[in-house]
Design a protein around this ligand. Structure first.
Ligand code: HEC
Ligand code: HEC
Length: 210
């Protein structure tokens, strides 16, 4: 609870008003409907293709929930994981419910990702700093001011699928997806599969960077 108050006062201090009024206690109750896939601590579940949510900021979380519910993300016929999440987002009644559950999730501590075997961390670091770090932060900790989520601590298979989803137009192609479209442009930055795998290795090696 202390940590949550800190998060909320930081959001107030940075002028992100809508989340400041979010009801995290109600959000905790709503999160019961998410635990089966995303886990109690928000660490995610690779076998279910469910990403880690712990460590993501409330604004990013609420935007993704809105996008799923509004049909901006997860509608492509090839996006089977996105379709699963769309069904869950549809159960959240309105924007207030999304803000409440996002506020609760944002209070969960980030969990480190498993290391990636065989990655060339030097090559990954070079490509990451050249093409990703300006938005996602030098240690992949995210940058809320640029609407860029934390990547550190996220499940590697999920990150890879999202990167390829952006590249192939399964995510970030909708005209109302302002921030997804920015990321879609960047998904051309690493055309070689080996470079992408090395960048993912670098991200996993950042632990759950604060
Ligand atoms: C049936 C399993 C399932 C349930 C239940 C579920 N999710 Fe998900 N969720 C997923 C999957 C699978 C994805 C990945 C979708 C993709 O690949 O685009 C996902 C993605 C997300 C994302 C996007 C994360 C990111 O990094 O962009 C958010 C946010 C999210 N879920 C929140 C929730 C919340 C909140 C609930 C409860 C109200 C919930 N989920 C319930 C399976 C589930
Ligand atoms: C111009 C800023 C910018 C750059 C540079 C950038 N990104 Fe992003 N990225 C974003 C934004 C903004 C989002 C959130 C999109 C949304 O809201 O759906 C994002 C989302 C993502 C996601 C989805 C995360 C999730 O939880 O679903 C992945 C994966 C990702 N970026 C990887 C990368 C990689 C790898 C690079 C370098 C090759 C990169 N990004 C470079 C802005 C950027």
């Amino acid at each position: 609870m202390k940590r949550l108050c800190l998060v909320l006062s930081l959001l107030v201090a940075t002028g992100v008003a809508p989340i400041a009024v979010a009801d995290a206690a109600r959000g905790k109750a709503l999160y019961a409907g998410c635990v089966a896939c995303h886990g109690d601590s928000g660490a995610g579940n690779d076998a279910l293709q469910a990403p880690a949510l712990a460590g993501l900021d409330a604004v990013y979380l609420a935007r993704q929930l809105h996008n799923f519910k509004a049909g901006i993300r997860g509608t492509d016929a090839a996006d089977t994981a996105g379709a699963q999440m769309r069904a869950s987002a549809a159960l959240l009644a309105d924007e207030a419910a999304m803000a409440d559950v996002a506020a609760y999730i944002a209070s969960l501590a980030p969990v480190p990702a498993a290391p990636v075997a065989g990655a060339d961390l030097r090559n990954g670091s070079n490509h990451y700093q050249a093409s990703c770090g300006a938005c996602h932060g030098g240690r992949a900790e995210g940058n809320a001011a640029l609407f860029s989520p934390r990547l550190a601590g996220q499940n590697t298979a999920y990150l890879k699928r999202q990167y390829l989803n952006f590249r192939e137009g399964l995510r970030g192609a909708h005209p109302d997806d302002k921030y997804g479209r920015q990321m879609k442009v960047m998904s051309a930055a690493l055309p070689a599969a080996k470079d992408l795998d090395d960048v993912l290795g670098f991200i996993a090696a950042q632990g759950a960077a604060e």
